[in-house]
Design a protein around this ligand. Sequence first.
Ligand code: ZN
Ligand code: ZN
Length: 423
Amino acid sequence: MTHAAPSAADAVLAGLPGLDWLESTYTDLHAHPELSHREHRSAAICAARLRELGFEVTEGIGGTGVVGVLRNDRDGETGPVVVFRADMDGLPVAEATGLPYASTDVGLDRHGVEWPTMHACGHDFHMTWLLGAAALLAGARDAWSGTFVALFQPAEETGDGAVAMVEDGLVDRLPRPDVVIGQHVGAERAGSVHLRPGPAMSRSENLKIVVHGKGGHGSMPHYTIDPVVVAAAIVTRLQTVVARELSPFEFGVVTVGMLQAGTKANIIPATAELHVNIRSYDDGVHDRLVEAITRICRGEAAAAGCPAEPEISSYDRVPLTDNDPDVVATVRAALLDAGLEVVHGEQITGSEDFSWLPRAWGVPYAYWFIGGWDPAAYDQAVATGTERDIPSNHSPYFAPVIHPTLETGVRSAVASSLAFLGR
Ligand code: ZN
Ligand code: ZN
């Protein structure tokens, strides 16, 4: 990996004021969000722009995924390869921002159910930033060499878009990257970039637990084994996993988000179902959480005399985002050279499927956040201690400001990519 001189970024970024389509592309994408796996319009917009810029474009990877490759070899030598990832999907949220470009669209989810749609996670910024960076890099090829890959991923919100691209042969369809990088907009102060080495976002997995009891009449509990009582005991006992089994210095979350059983007050059902979300910053902690949950479920079922062990299965597995320290150091230096305000990012308990992509090649990666909240409003919130009231990602009121958020994200995408591309 080479660290390009700051003047390379300066030369490329000189074209930024000339991108007169950037803001209208953003407001258009914002006004027309599409749900996970249904990003057809967004993907077409990204693909068309990349083609216009001279990228080799492949569409339909993993459903609606788009990949654009810009080869800029020098003297017949294939230089470094950078993959920059942006996700494309919106959320089933009714937008309440009141912005002039707010979404009033409805869209179908993958099951064909209609919802109001909103770019409540800011993936519209991610697409626009990457298109802006792609345009600037395509327009200043003398300033760098190597291969720049713009990757537009579907279905981050359902946690299965990156995997879908990998399963569709992504690794064999692209040159092997030296690094995979990406960035997310958040409710931090606009203009700031939040970057940290090591675990940055949690590993997440859901467990479905079916408790098998013995159903019967509500008036005759002595002829039954009540799975509702077993499920209730499991929920209570699960609260001890993080509190009593993890070290106070280890991070873990165990949330029972769903508990379902029964149809009527005077019927004892035969089964009860729990859905548990677990989070960690460490694969060893993750394994211990799963082990403890399994042990507790089996133990409570045995204590009640259940006729069968609980069935436990997992779904919606999202990997740990564990930023490579060397990549982070290189990116940080490049962003500072480009005049950006870089802040040591906080660990985020949320999760991202981004790292399935670098994991598929076995290459290092980094993922960071760009503040999008109006600086004056942000400072006011800090002054009055009301930062927690700033609407976060996924809120119907999530409303990052266009400026300087657009410019910051394009500048950081360009500067970070050039840190790995050659001259
Ligand atoms: Zn999200
Ligand atoms: Zn997101």
